[in-house]
Design a protein around this ligand. Structure first.
Ligand SMILES: Nc1nc2c(c(=O)[nH]1)N[C@H]1C(S)=C(S)[C@@H](COP(=O)(O)OP(=O)(O)OC[C@H]3O[C@@H](n4cnc5c(=O)[nH]c(N)nc54)[C@H](O)[C@@H]3O)O[C@H]1N2
Ligand SMILES: Nc1nc2c(c(=O)[nH]1)N[C@H]1C(S)=C(S)[C@@H](COP(=O)(O)OP(=O)(O)OC[C@H]3O[C@@H](n4cnc5c(=O)[nH]c(N)nc54)[C@H](O)[C@@H]3O)O[C@H]1N2
Ligand code: SF4
Ligand SMILES: [Mo]
Length: 743
């Protein structure tokens, strides 16, 4: 039994606040302040502070469950694992490997996400794997890759925010979703900088703003184009920067010029004087930033919308320069690392592309398999869930609760029920686990070691602090055992550090290069920002790592500037172990890359690319039958599908259930009073929750948080219209009718 306090990180969001875990006399663990982690300096939100409650055996699973005669009953680990391996094996034999679906999560550690991707492709041989990050960050990732050649949520550390001149925060309610991060924005204002918030609701975040723009949901693309139009019209383009550091300006300029401010006012509801004021605030200081979150991204045009905001940054010379840039505030604990190491449908570790022959060769070499044996890209998350029970006959699900969190959730619930076989690994009996044929109870954050990559691109070590209860095993052990039962004895270790060492080699030379990072460095340096190549690498002959892709080399080649000799004698270099295929021999230690793009962007020619984009409406706009916009999001005291936080008394007291937020004018029209049960009806279904009346929302819009199952489930209503590039669903806009429920 561990007895001293352990420095670690929160189990929930992408801020990955530092905390200490200290044992209590009762044999449990409590959270104590950890001030040495610079992001939160000891501060935590209520979720982080109460996180140990979910470690308690009172609320969690401690025995495998197997469905028998319609109900889930306790079983031994061997029975449960045999059952899963048997079902997967026979479905594969009968219907081929692509009948086996796999669904992961952005909360999984890098080691688990990496192993899950490898398990799907090497053990099951299926292309049908994706994960919940598709619901979260894929539009920002697609936009970032188009423009910069690389996707890392924030290209700079949060500590840069207070030193810039202006930040436009688009569709982020970080006062509720990342409370300790609010400090950076308060400091920005104390230093004389300004904050612009773009949100259809006057959120706690918007209350902090110098300027709050309140557009109609789904119109951020027009808004950004209108701002760019004004930048051009007012002669505020940074011509020299555009010439030296970008390409594609003429087309993007022409597209923006078609969006007249008066026209943009009609689309967005944001007045022309407000647009002008925003342009002035953004352009006057020497440096400025645009940060987006789920508001503009969870739209069927999220990729183009992100592109439009990036265009604004590029035209004004506000990217790839100190204290300036575009960033996305990634959401889940490992939302960043989870999208880099291969649980995404089209991806191999190191942010490599599954359809790139060089990437396939490199990773297959590390995995010791034939590159031709690796399947190709599969379906995106919603498309995968939508196909359950058709050509996909079974699903292995790890770390997501789509019964609550997927769009058009009633339909997805039906798809899950129509499967021949569903296996779920979780720490609690989530609404999705409750539908499974086999449920495996797994260890969680404080009980296991693993790395997470925060929204800053900072790789962190979350350390084991306590002994897990009897009866649970780690996700890594689950994959090890299943691989063995399916005939793959090697390549699925259970020790996270051993997996990380393999991940280093698999990522070497890729865009997200972790090869210079070790567990020891993560502890000693309080995290390391990627890319961190083990450079200058001495590749082992004859199986050198493949040359970095053009986009990757652009980042990694900045080696000189990166100060490679900072830790020339770091003993951690010796930990790389014996040379293996694709291994990188010890060299001077790379310090990591807190700030990207300062010299060049990660494109072939080093220039950032403007994308020509034009406004288009949401997939579903209000009409006579469904006259009101519905948008959805979060409250401070609940996390995601609520599977974890709905098991914490203190959090339930603060946020006991769903609600429908609406403006007094809409309430008056409906004859609704505070607390009245309202039915919200969309083309997908009907949800009921009490009215919460506030002037802090547009009168044409209602808002529902999505943390609850049952009658008040917001996702019964949402529209699964997908962005054509990122395949991300439109959680933030659909059309509904609102009615008072007669008693
Ligand atoms: N308390 C809490 N914190 C969390 C989470 C949680 O579930 N609970 N989840 C974590 C995760 S995974 C994520 S992804 C992040 C999400 O963090 P955020 O993006 O901050 O969260 P949301 O509440 O989904 O959306 C932000 C805002 O977008 C606004 N919005 C709605 N429609 C539009 C629109 O069309 N345009 C614009 N500009 N804004 C719009 C909403 O009113 C809302 O205030 O939070 C992380 N942190
Ligand atoms: N309407 C609407 N819907 C949304 C959104 C929205 O804004 N509006 N946001 C979307 C976004 S951004 C996201 S990220 C998704 C998130 O939605 P989900 O994918 O449902 O996310 P969680 O609720 O975090 O589910 C994680 C599950 O994994 C379990 N778990 C935790 N740790 C581990 C572990 O180490 N191993 C295993 N095996 N299980 C673990 C938890 O108990 C929980 O059941 O929701 C999306 N849905
Ligand atoms: S802000 Fe995020 S990481 Fe920090 S304590 Fe809260 S949930 Fe945890
Ligand atoms: Mo998310």
């Amino acid at each position: 039994m561990e007895t001293t306090s352990t420095p670690t990180h929160c189990p929930y969001c992408a801020l990955q606040c530092g905390m200490n875990l200290s044992p209590t006399p009762e044999g449990g663990v409590e959270v104590t302040e950890r001030v040495d982690f610079p992001v939160n300096r000891g501060a935590l939100c209520g979720k982080g502070r109460t996180a140990p409650a979910v470690l308690s055996s009172r609320v969690r699973l401690t025995s495998p469950l197997v469905r028998s005669g319609g109900t889930l009953v306790p079983a031994t680990w061997d029975e449960a694992l045999d059952r899963i391996a048997g079902e997967l094996g026979s479905i594969r034999a009968g219907h081929g490997p692509d009948a086996l679906g796999v669904f992961g999560g952005g909360g999984l550690t890098n080691e688990k996400a990496y192993t899950l991707g490898k398990f799907a492709r090497v053990v099951l041989g299926t292309s049908q794997i994706d994960y919940n990050g598709r619901f979260c960050m894929s539009s920002a990732a697609a936009g970032g890759i188009k423009a910069f050649g690389l996707d890392r949520g924030l290209p700079f550390p949060l500590e840069d925010i207070p030193k810039t001149g202006c930040v436009i925060l688009v569709g982020s309610n970080l006062a509720e979703t990342m409370p300790p991060a609010l400090r950076f924005f308060s400091e920005l204002r104390e230093n004389g900088g300004t904050l612009i918030v773009v949100d259809p609701r006057r959120t706690r975040t918007a209350e902090q703003a110098d300027l709050h723009l309140m557009p109609r949901p789904g119109t951020d693309l027009a808004l950004a184009l209108g701002l760019l139009h004004l930048v051009v019209a007012e002669g505020r383009v940074d011509e020299e920067y555009v010439r030296e550091r970008t390409s594609g300006w003429e087309e993007a300029r022409a597209a923006a010029m078609a969006h007249w401010p008066e026209h943009v006012e009609r689309i967005t509801g944001v007045s022309v004087p407000q647009l002008r004021e925003a342009v002035r605030m953004f352009c006057e200081p020497e440096a400025a930033m645009v940060l987006t979150a789920r508001g503009p991204e969870q739209q069927s045009k999220g990729t183009d919308t992100v592109g439009a905001w990036i265009n604004l940054c590029l035209a004004t010379g506000r990217a790839g320069r100190p204290l300036s840039g575009y960033g996305c505030l990634t959401g889940q604990g490992n939302g960043q690392g989870g999208r880099e190491h291969g649980q995404k449908a089209d991806q191999l570790p190191g942010y490599r592309k599954l359809d790139d022959p060089a990437a396939r060769r490199h990773v297959a070499e590390v995995w010791g398999v034939d590159p031709d044996s690796l399947p190709g890209p599969g379906r995106s998350a919603y498309e995968l869930l939508d196909a359950l029970g058709t050509d996909i006959r079974s699903l292995l699900l790890m770390a997501s609760n789509p019964v609550v969190s997927a769009p058009r959730a009633a339909h997805i619930e039906e798809r899950l029920k129509s499967l021949d076989f569903l296996a779920v690994c979780d720490v609690v009996l989530s609404e999705t686990a409750a539908l499974a044929d086999v449920v495996l109870p797994v260890t969680q954050w404080a009980e296991e070691t693993g790395t997470m990559t925060s929204l800053e691109g900072r790789v962190l070590l979350r350390q084991r602090a306590i002994t897990p209860p009897a009866g649970v095993r780690s996700d890594l052990e689950v994959m090890h055992e299943l691989a063995a039962r399916l005939g793959v004895e090697k390549g699925f270790p259970t020790d996270p550090e051993e997996i990380f060492e393999e991940l280093r080699r698999a990522s070497a030379g890729g865009p997200a290069d972790y090869s210079g990072i070790t567990y020891r460095r993560l502890v000693e340096e309080n995290g390391v920002f990627w890319p961190c190549p083990a450079a200058p690498a001495t590749p082992t002959a004859p199986t050198a790592p493949t040359a970095p892709t053009a986009s990757a080399s652009a980042v990694d080649d900045d080696g000189e500037d990166a100060g490679l000799d900072v830790f020339p004698e770091d003993p951690a270099r010796d930990e790389a172990g014996p040379a293996q295929p694709g291994a990188v021999l010890p060299g001077p230690v790379h310090p990591g890359t807190p700030r990207l793009f300062l010299d060049r962007f990660a494109t072939d020619d080093g220039r950032a690319r403007f994308v020509p984009v034009s406004h288009r409406p949401a997939a579903e706009e209000p009409d006579e039958e469904y006259p009101v916009f519905l948008t959805t999001g979060r409250v401070v005291a609940q996390y995601q599908s609520g599977a974890q936080t709905r098991r914490v008394d203190e959090l339930n007291a603060a946020a006991p259930g769903p609600f429908v937020e609406l403006h007094p004018r809409l309430a008056a029209r409906l004859g609704a009073a505070e607390g009245d049960p309202l039915a919200v009806v969309s083309r997908r279904g009907r949800a009921v929750a009490p009215a919460r009346i506030t002037t802090g929302i547009r009168p044409d819009t209602v808002f529902m948080p999505f943390h609850w199952p049952g009658e008040g489930r917001a996702n019964t209503l949402t529209n699964p219209a997908l962005d054509p590039t990122s395949r991300m669903p439109e959680f933030k806009v659909c059309a509904v009718r609102v009615e008072v429920v007669e008693p």
